[in-house]
Design a binder for this molecule. Structure first.
Ligand SMILES: Cc1cc2nc3c(=O)[nH]c(=O)nc-3n(C[C@H](O)[C@H](O)[C@H](O)COP(=O)(O)OP(=O)(O)OC[C@H]3O[C@@H](n4cnc5c(N)ncnc54)[C@H](O)[C@@H]3O)c2cc1C
Length: 359
Protein backbone atom coordinates (compact mmCIF):
# COMPACT_ATOMS: atom_id res chain seq x y z
CA UNK A 1 0.00 0.00 0.00
CA UNK A 2 1.33 3.44 -0.97
CA UNK A 3 2.42 5.66 1.88
CA UNK A 4 0.78 8.65 0.23
CA UNK A 5 -1.64 9.31 -2.61
CA UNK A 6 -1.78 12.67 -4.42
CA UNK A 7 -4.97 13.16 -6.43
CA UNK A 8 -5.20 15.76 -9.19
CA UNK A 9 -8.79 17.01 -9.46
CA UNK A 10 -11.63 17.37 -6.94
CA UNK A 11 -14.54 16.40 -9.18
CA UNK A 12 -16.64 13.31 -8.37
CA UNK A 13 -13.74 10.96 -9.25
CA UNK A 14 -11.05 12.70 -7.18
CA UNK A 15 -13.30 13.61 -4.23
CA UNK A 16 -14.76 10.12 -3.90
CA UNK A 17 -11.31 8.51 -4.25
CA UNK A 18 -10.10 10.73 -1.39
CA UNK A 19 -13.17 9.70 0.63
CA UNK A 20 -12.59 5.98 0.04
CA UNK A 21 -8.85 6.16 0.76
CA UNK A 22 -9.28 8.26 3.87
CA UNK A 23 -11.78 5.66 5.10
CA UNK A 24 -8.98 3.11 4.72
CA UNK A 25 -6.54 5.25 6.68
CA UNK A 26 -4.43 6.29 3.69
CA UNK A 27 -2.55 9.60 3.71
CA UNK A 28 -4.19 11.46 0.85
CA UNK A 29 -3.93 14.97 -0.61
CA UNK A 30 -6.01 16.58 -3.35
CA UNK A 31 -4.96 19.34 -5.77
CA UNK A 32 -7.81 21.26 -7.40
CA UNK A 33 -7.41 24.00 -10.01
CA UNK A 34 -10.70 25.66 -9.10
CA UNK A 35 -11.45 27.67 -5.96
CA UNK A 36 -13.90 25.00 -4.75
CA UNK A 37 -15.01 21.49 -5.80
CA UNK A 38 -17.71 20.84 -8.37
CA UNK A 39 -16.75 23.74 -10.60
CA UNK A 40 -17.66 21.98 -13.84
CA UNK A 41 -21.18 22.63 -15.26
CA UNK A 42 -23.35 19.60 -14.56
CA UNK A 43 -27.03 18.65 -14.30
CA UNK A 44 -26.44 17.23 -10.79
CA UNK A 45 -28.66 14.19 -11.46
CA UNK A 46 -27.69 10.78 -10.03
CA UNK A 47 -29.58 7.49 -9.95
CA UNK A 48 -29.99 5.72 -6.62
CA UNK A 49 -27.53 3.07 -7.79
CA UNK A 50 -24.73 5.47 -6.82
CA UNK A 51 -25.43 4.28 -3.28
CA UNK A 52 -23.92 0.93 -4.21
CA UNK A 53 -20.63 2.78 -3.70
CA UNK A 54 -21.24 5.51 -1.13
CA UNK A 55 -24.07 7.06 0.84
CA UNK A 56 -25.67 10.25 -0.48
CA UNK A 57 -26.04 12.43 2.65
CA UNK A 58 -29.63 13.66 2.94
CA UNK A 59 -28.35 17.22 3.41
CA UNK A 60 -27.06 17.36 -0.18
CA UNK A 61 -30.26 16.06 -1.81
CA UNK A 62 -32.19 18.89 -3.48
CA UNK A 63 -34.89 16.70 -4.99
CA UNK A 64 -35.83 13.04 -4.75
CA UNK A 65 -36.71 11.97 -8.27
CA UNK A 66 -39.80 9.82 -8.42
CA UNK A 67 -40.36 9.58 -12.13
CA UNK A 68 -39.31 10.41 -15.65
CA UNK A 69 -40.85 11.05 -19.03
CA UNK A 70 -39.25 10.51 -22.43
CA UNK A 71 -40.38 12.40 -25.53
CA UNK A 72 -39.60 11.90 -29.21
CA UNK A 73 -40.29 14.67 -31.73
CA UNK A 74 -42.54 16.41 -29.19
CA UNK A 75 -44.61 13.30 -28.36
CA UNK A 76 -44.35 11.36 -25.12
CA UNK A 77 -43.15 7.77 -25.72
CA UNK A 78 -42.28 6.53 -22.22
CA UNK A 79 -43.30 7.40 -18.72
CA UNK A 80 -42.52 6.00 -15.31
CA UNK A 81 -44.07 7.98 -12.55
CA UNK A 82 -44.46 4.99 -10.25
CA UNK A 83 -43.49 7.26 -7.35
CA UNK A 84 -40.61 5.14 -6.04
CA UNK A 85 -37.42 7.15 -5.52
CA UNK A 86 -35.08 6.20 -8.33
CA UNK A 87 -32.61 9.05 -8.14
CA UNK A 88 -31.67 12.45 -6.81
CA UNK A 89 -30.77 15.91 -7.89
CA UNK A 90 -27.89 16.71 -5.56
CA UNK A 91 -26.14 19.93 -4.68
CA UNK A 92 -22.95 18.67 -6.31
CA UNK A 93 -20.43 21.13 -4.83
CA UNK A 94 -21.85 20.51 -1.37
CA UNK A 95 -21.79 16.74 -1.97
CA UNK A 96 -18.13 16.88 -3.00
CA UNK A 97 -17.26 19.06 -0.01
CA UNK A 98 -18.84 16.44 2.25
CA UNK A 99 -16.74 13.71 0.62
CA UNK A 100 -13.62 15.81 1.14
CA UNK A 101 -14.20 16.44 4.85
CA UNK A 102 -11.01 15.69 6.77
CA UNK A 103 -8.92 15.54 3.58
CA UNK A 104 -6.14 18.01 2.84
CA UNK A 105 -7.28 19.82 -0.31
CA UNK A 106 -5.22 22.49 -2.08
CA UNK A 107 -7.66 24.77 -3.93
CA UNK A 108 -6.70 27.10 -6.79
CA UNK A 109 -3.73 24.76 -7.20
CA UNK A 110 -3.51 23.82 -10.88
CA UNK A 111 -1.00 21.01 -11.25
CA UNK A 112 1.38 21.27 -14.19
CA UNK A 113 1.58 18.29 -16.55
CA UNK A 114 4.60 17.26 -18.61
CA UNK A 115 3.91 14.72 -21.35
CA UNK A 116 0.61 13.83 -19.63
CA UNK A 117 2.32 13.30 -16.24
CA UNK A 118 1.44 15.47 -13.24
CA UNK A 119 4.36 17.27 -11.65
CA UNK A 120 3.81 17.29 -7.90
CA UNK A 121 6.73 18.50 -5.76
CA UNK A 122 7.50 16.08 -2.94
CA UNK A 123 5.53 13.22 -4.49
CA UNK A 124 8.37 10.69 -4.66
CA UNK A 125 8.69 6.93 -5.13
CA UNK A 126 6.44 6.17 -2.19
CA UNK A 127 3.71 8.49 -3.41
CA UNK A 128 1.15 7.54 -6.05
CA UNK A 129 -0.17 10.30 -8.30
CA UNK A 130 -3.70 9.86 -9.63
CA UNK A 131 -5.17 11.70 -12.62
CA UNK A 132 -8.78 12.71 -11.84
CA UNK A 133 -8.91 15.84 -13.98
CA UNK A 134 -11.87 14.92 -16.18
CA UNK A 135 -11.63 15.94 -19.82
CA UNK A 136 -9.02 18.61 -19.04
CA UNK A 137 -6.18 16.02 -19.14
CA UNK A 138 -4.27 16.24 -22.44
CA UNK A 139 -4.56 12.45 -22.94
CA UNK A 140 -8.28 12.25 -22.11
CA UNK A 141 -10.32 10.69 -24.94
CA UNK A 142 -11.18 13.28 -27.55
CA UNK A 143 -14.43 11.72 -28.75
CA UNK A 144 -16.66 14.29 -27.05
CA UNK A 145 -19.84 16.23 -27.42
CA UNK A 146 -20.83 19.64 -26.17
CA UNK A 147 -23.43 20.02 -23.41
CA UNK A 148 -24.89 23.39 -22.41
CA UNK A 149 -27.60 24.30 -19.94
CA UNK A 150 -29.63 27.16 -18.51
CA UNK A 151 -30.07 27.62 -14.80
CA UNK A 152 -33.68 28.65 -14.45
CA UNK A 153 -35.73 30.35 -11.74
CA UNK A 154 -39.52 30.51 -11.82
CA UNK A 155 -39.88 26.98 -13.21
CA UNK A 156 -43.44 25.69 -13.04
CA UNK A 157 -43.31 21.98 -13.55
CA UNK A 158 -43.44 18.83 -11.48
CA UNK A 159 -40.68 18.98 -8.90
CA UNK A 160 -39.88 15.28 -8.80
CA UNK A 161 -40.16 14.15 -12.42
CA UNK A 162 -37.38 14.67 -14.92
CA UNK A 163 -37.89 14.84 -18.64
CA UNK A 164 -35.75 13.87 -21.63
CA UNK A 165 -36.70 15.26 -25.05
CA UNK A 166 -35.30 13.57 -28.16
CA UNK A 167 -35.57 14.80 -31.71
CA UNK A 168 -34.86 12.38 -34.55
CA UNK A 169 -32.89 15.06 -36.42
CA UNK A 170 -30.09 15.10 -33.85
CA UNK A 171 -27.99 12.65 -31.85
CA UNK A 172 -28.38 13.90 -28.30
CA UNK A 173 -31.22 15.21 -26.18
CA UNK A 174 -32.68 18.05 -24.16
CA UNK A 175 -33.16 17.56 -20.41
CA UNK A 176 -35.36 19.24 -17.86
CA UNK A 177 -34.07 18.57 -14.34
CA UNK A 178 -36.22 20.14 -11.59
CA UNK A 179 -34.32 21.31 -8.51
CA UNK A 180 -37.16 22.29 -6.20
CA UNK A 181 -38.09 25.80 -5.06
CA UNK A 182 -39.02 26.84 -8.61
CA UNK A 183 -35.51 26.17 -9.93
CA UNK A 184 -34.43 23.85 -12.73
CA UNK A 185 -31.60 23.01 -15.10
CA UNK A 186 -32.64 22.81 -18.71
CA UNK A 187 -29.92 21.72 -21.09
CA UNK A 188 -28.96 20.11 -24.35
CA UNK A 189 -26.11 17.83 -25.36
CA UNK A 190 -25.23 16.70 -28.85
CA UNK A 191 -22.68 16.49 -31.65
CA UNK A 192 -23.40 20.02 -32.85
CA UNK A 193 -21.69 23.37 -32.46
CA UNK A 194 -22.55 25.84 -29.73
CA UNK A 195 -24.72 28.09 -31.95
CA UNK A 196 -26.97 25.29 -33.14
CA UNK A 197 -27.33 23.74 -29.70
CA UNK A 198 -28.20 27.11 -28.18
CA UNK A 199 -30.73 27.83 -30.94
CA UNK A 200 -32.41 24.45 -30.33
CA UNK A 201 -32.42 25.00 -26.58
CA UNK A 202 -33.85 28.51 -26.94
CA UNK A 203 -36.64 27.21 -29.19
CA UNK A 204 -37.45 24.55 -26.62
CA UNK A 205 -37.44 27.00 -23.73
CA UNK A 206 -39.73 29.34 -25.68
CA UNK A 207 -42.31 26.60 -26.19
CA UNK A 208 -42.17 24.68 -22.91
CA UNK A 209 -45.24 25.61 -20.83
CA UNK A 210 -43.51 25.27 -17.44
CA UNK A 211 -40.91 27.84 -18.52
CA UNK A 212 -43.31 30.51 -19.79
CA UNK A 213 -42.65 32.91 -16.91
CA UNK A 214 -39.18 31.61 -16.02
CA UNK A 215 -36.01 33.68 -15.73
CA UNK A 216 -32.87 32.30 -17.35
CA UNK A 217 -30.24 32.99 -14.73
CA UNK A 218 -27.13 31.63 -16.41
CA UNK A 219 -25.98 29.71 -19.47
CA UNK A 220 -23.04 27.37 -18.98
CA UNK A 221 -21.53 24.40 -20.74
CA UNK A 222 -18.64 22.00 -21.12
CA UNK A 223 -17.40 19.16 -23.25
CA UNK A 224 -18.36 15.63 -22.32
CA UNK A 225 -16.31 12.52 -23.16
CA UNK A 226 -18.51 9.89 -24.84
CA UNK A 227 -15.82 7.52 -26.15
CA UNK A 228 -16.48 4.80 -23.61
CA UNK A 229 -13.59 3.49 -21.50
CA UNK A 230 -10.09 3.87 -22.90
CA UNK A 231 -8.45 1.07 -20.98
CA UNK A 232 -4.98 1.80 -22.42
CA UNK A 233 -4.87 5.15 -20.57
CA UNK A 234 -4.62 3.44 -17.19
CA UNK A 235 -1.39 2.16 -15.71
CA UNK A 236 -0.46 1.16 -12.17
CA UNK A 237 2.33 3.77 -12.34
CA UNK A 238 -0.14 6.52 -13.22
CA UNK A 239 -3.71 5.53 -12.30
CA UNK A 240 -6.49 7.45 -14.06
CA UNK A 241 -10.11 7.62 -12.88
CA UNK A 242 -13.37 9.25 -13.94
CA UNK A 243 -14.02 11.08 -17.16
CA UNK A 244 -10.26 11.26 -17.93
CA UNK A 245 -10.46 7.48 -18.43
CA UNK A 246 -13.70 7.70 -20.43
CA UNK A 247 -15.80 6.61 -17.43
CA UNK A 248 -19.02 8.23 -18.61
CA UNK A 249 -22.15 6.45 -19.87
CA UNK A 250 -21.93 7.55 -23.52
CA UNK A 251 -25.66 7.47 -24.36
CA UNK A 252 -26.95 9.32 -21.34
CA UNK A 253 -23.90 11.44 -20.46
CA UNK A 254 -24.15 10.27 -16.87
CA UNK A 255 -20.65 10.73 -15.45
CA UNK A 256 -20.89 11.11 -11.68
CA UNK A 257 -21.69 7.48 -10.82
CA UNK A 258 -19.08 5.98 -13.21
CA UNK A 259 -16.47 8.37 -11.82
CA UNK A 260 -17.32 7.23 -8.28
CA UNK A 261 -17.31 3.56 -9.35
CA UNK A 262 -13.84 3.89 -10.89
CA UNK A 263 -12.58 5.58 -7.71
CA UNK A 264 -14.12 2.83 -5.59
CA UNK A 265 -12.31 0.23 -7.68
CA UNK A 266 -8.99 2.07 -7.46
CA UNK A 267 -9.26 2.43 -3.68
CA UNK A 268 -9.84 -1.33 -3.35
CA UNK A 269 -7.05 -2.10 -5.77
CA UNK A 270 -4.55 0.10 -3.89
CA UNK A 271 -5.59 -1.24 -0.48
CA UNK A 272 -5.70 -4.91 -1.41
CA UNK A 273 -3.02 -5.08 -4.10
CA UNK A 274 -5.63 -6.41 -6.52
CA UNK A 275 -5.90 -5.40 -10.18
CA UNK A 276 -7.77 -2.16 -10.86
CA UNK A 277 -9.57 -3.55 -13.90
CA UNK A 278 -10.81 -6.68 -12.18
CA UNK A 279 -12.17 -4.53 -9.34
CA UNK A 280 -13.77 -2.08 -11.77
CA UNK A 281 -15.24 -4.78 -14.03
CA UNK A 282 -16.76 -6.44 -10.94
CA UNK A 283 -18.92 -3.34 -10.36
CA UNK A 284 -20.70 -3.97 -13.69
CA UNK A 285 -20.23 -0.32 -14.66
CA UNK A 286 -17.64 -0.94 -17.44
CA UNK A 287 -19.98 -3.47 -19.09
CA UNK A 288 -22.79 -0.90 -19.05
CA UNK A 289 -20.48 1.75 -20.51
CA UNK A 290 -19.26 -0.63 -23.24
CA UNK A 291 -22.84 -1.47 -24.24
CA UNK A 292 -23.87 2.19 -24.37
CA UNK A 293 -20.76 3.00 -26.43
CA UNK A 294 -21.81 0.41 -29.01
CA UNK A 295 -25.39 1.67 -29.08
CA UNK A 296 -24.13 5.24 -29.49
CA UNK A 297 -22.11 4.05 -32.49
CA UNK A 298 -25.33 2.67 -34.00
CA UNK A 299 -27.27 5.80 -33.21
CA UNK A 300 -24.62 7.98 -34.86
CA UNK A 301 -24.51 5.83 -38.01
CA UNK A 302 -28.29 5.35 -38.25
CA UNK A 303 -30.38 7.93 -40.07
CA UNK A 304 -33.12 9.95 -38.37
CA UNK A 305 -35.87 7.35 -38.97
CA UNK A 306 -33.82 4.41 -37.71
CA UNK A 307 -32.92 6.49 -34.65
CA UNK A 308 -36.58 7.21 -34.03
CA UNK A 309 -37.45 3.51 -34.45
CA UNK A 310 -34.75 2.52 -31.97
CA UNK A 311 -36.14 4.88 -29.36
CA UNK A 312 -39.83 4.34 -29.87
CA UNK A 313 -39.76 0.55 -30.32
CA UNK A 314 -37.40 -0.22 -27.48
CA UNK A 315 -39.37 -1.80 -24.60
CA UNK A 316 -39.44 0.67 -21.69
CA UNK A 317 -38.01 -1.83 -19.20
CA UNK A 318 -35.06 -2.57 -21.48
CA UNK A 319 -34.47 1.13 -22.08
CA UNK A 320 -34.41 1.71 -18.32
CA UNK A 321 -31.84 -1.07 -17.84
CA UNK A 322 -29.62 0.20 -20.65
CA UNK A 323 -29.89 3.74 -19.28
CA UNK A 324 -28.76 2.57 -15.85
CA UNK A 325 -25.97 0.49 -17.38
CA UNK A 326 -27.51 -2.68 -15.98
CA UNK A 327 -28.52 -4.46 -19.19
CA UNK A 328 -26.89 -7.77 -20.04
CA UNK A 329 -26.75 -9.32 -23.49
CA UNK A 330 -29.48 -11.67 -22.29
CA UNK A 331 -31.73 -8.72 -21.36
CA UNK A 332 -31.08 -7.29 -24.78
CA UNK A 333 -32.11 -10.44 -26.58
CA UNK A 334 -35.02 -11.14 -24.20
CA UNK A 335 -36.38 -7.62 -24.60
CA UNK A 336 -35.99 -7.56 -28.33
CA UNK A 337 -37.31 -10.98 -29.20
CA UNK A 338 -40.80 -9.60 -29.65
CA UNK A 339 -39.48 -6.64 -31.65
CA UNK A 340 -38.05 -8.38 -34.75
CA UNK A 341 -37.74 -5.14 -36.73
CA UNK A 342 -35.63 -3.57 -34.03
CA UNK A 343 -33.60 -6.74 -33.63
CA UNK A 344 -32.83 -6.75 -37.35
CA UNK A 345 -31.72 -3.13 -37.10
CA UNK A 346 -29.35 -3.96 -34.25
CA UNK A 347 -28.12 -7.07 -36.06
CA UNK A 348 -27.35 -4.99 -39.14
CA UNK A 349 -24.98 -2.92 -37.05
CA UNK A 350 -23.46 -5.98 -35.38
CA UNK A 351 -24.80 -5.34 -31.88
CA UNK A 352 -26.52 -8.73 -31.81
CA UNK A 353 -25.83 -11.81 -33.94
CA UNK A 354 -27.90 -12.13 -37.11
CA UNK A 355 -29.07 -15.58 -36.00
CA UNK A 356 -30.12 -14.32 -32.55
CA UNK A 357 -33.80 -14.73 -33.42
CA UNK A 358 -33.27 -18.44 -33.94
CA UNK A 359 -31.63 -18.73 -30.55
C1 LIG B 1 -23.67 20.33 -19.01
C2 LIG B 1 -23.36 19.00 -18.37
C3 LIG B 1 -24.33 18.35 -17.62
C4 LIG B 1 -24.04 17.12 -17.00
N1 LIG B 1 -25.00 16.54 -16.22
C5 LIG B 1 -24.72 15.40 -15.56
C6 LIG B 1 -25.68 14.83 -14.66
O1 LIG B 1 -26.77 15.37 -14.45
N2 LIG B 1 -25.36 13.68 -14.03
C7 LIG B 1 -24.15 13.05 -14.21
O2 LIG B 1 -23.91 11.98 -13.62
N3 LIG B 1 -23.22 13.58 -15.05
C8 LIG B 1 -23.47 14.75 -15.71
N4 LIG B 1 -22.51 15.30 -16.51
C9 LIG B 1 -21.20 14.64 -16.59
C10 LIG B 1 -20.39 14.85 -15.30
O3 LIG B 1 -20.45 16.20 -14.92
C11 LIG B 1 -18.92 14.46 -15.48
O4 LIG B 1 -18.80 13.29 -16.25
C12 LIG B 1 -18.27 14.23 -14.12
O5 LIG B 1 -18.28 15.42 -13.37
C13 LIG B 1 -16.84 13.74 -14.30
O6 LIG B 1 -16.22 13.67 -13.05
P1 LIG B 1 -14.62 13.72 -12.93
O7 LIG B 1 -14.33 13.83 -11.48
O8 LIG B 1 -14.02 12.61 -13.70
O9 LIG B 1 -14.19 15.07 -13.71
P2 LIG B 1 -14.62 16.58 -13.44
O10 LIG B 1 -15.95 16.70 -12.82
O11 LIG B 1 -14.37 17.29 -14.72
O12 LIG B 1 -13.56 17.07 -12.34
C14 LIG B 1 -12.22 17.25 -12.66
C15 LIG B 1 -11.64 18.28 -11.71
O13 LIG B 1 -10.24 18.37 -11.97
C16 LIG B 1 -9.85 19.73 -11.91
N5 LIG B 1 -8.62 19.88 -12.70
C17 LIG B 1 -8.48 19.78 -14.05
N6 LIG B 1 -7.19 20.00 -14.40
C18 LIG B 1 -6.50 20.20 -13.24
C19 LIG B 1 -5.13 20.48 -12.93
N7 LIG B 1 -4.19 20.56 -13.88
N8 LIG B 1 -4.77 20.65 -11.63
C20 LIG B 1 -5.71 20.56 -10.64
N9 LIG B 1 -7.02 20.32 -10.88
C21 LIG B 1 -7.42 20.13 -12.16
C22 LIG B 1 -11.04 20.47 -12.50
O14 LIG B 1 -11.07 21.82 -12.07
C23 LIG B 1 -12.22 19.68 -11.96
O15 LIG B 1 -12.70 20.17 -10.73
C24 LIG B 1 -22.77 16.53 -17.16
C25 LIG B 1 -21.78 17.17 -17.92
C26 LIG B 1 -22.08 18.39 -18.52
C27 LIG B 1 -20.99 19.06 -19.32
Amino acid sequence: MAVRVAIVGAGPAGASLAYFLRGRGVDVEVYEAGPRPGFKPCGWGVPREIEEFLPVPRGVVKVKLRGYRVFLDGRQIHEDTGRRTWGYIVDKPHFLEKLLEGVEVHYSAAVRFLGGEPQIPGCDDECIRVVATGHYWSKAPNYRLLAIQYLVKGFRGEDDVLELWFDRSMVGYIWVFPEGGGEARVGIGGFRGFDELKARLDRFVGRYPGLASARLVRLEGAQLVVSGLRRELYSDQLPVVGEALGAVFPLTGEGIRPAVASAWALARSLAQGSGFWSEFEATGVPRGIDLQARILEIVVRAGPDARAALLSQMPASLMAKITLGKATRRDLLGGLVRRPQLLMLLARYGLVRKDALNG
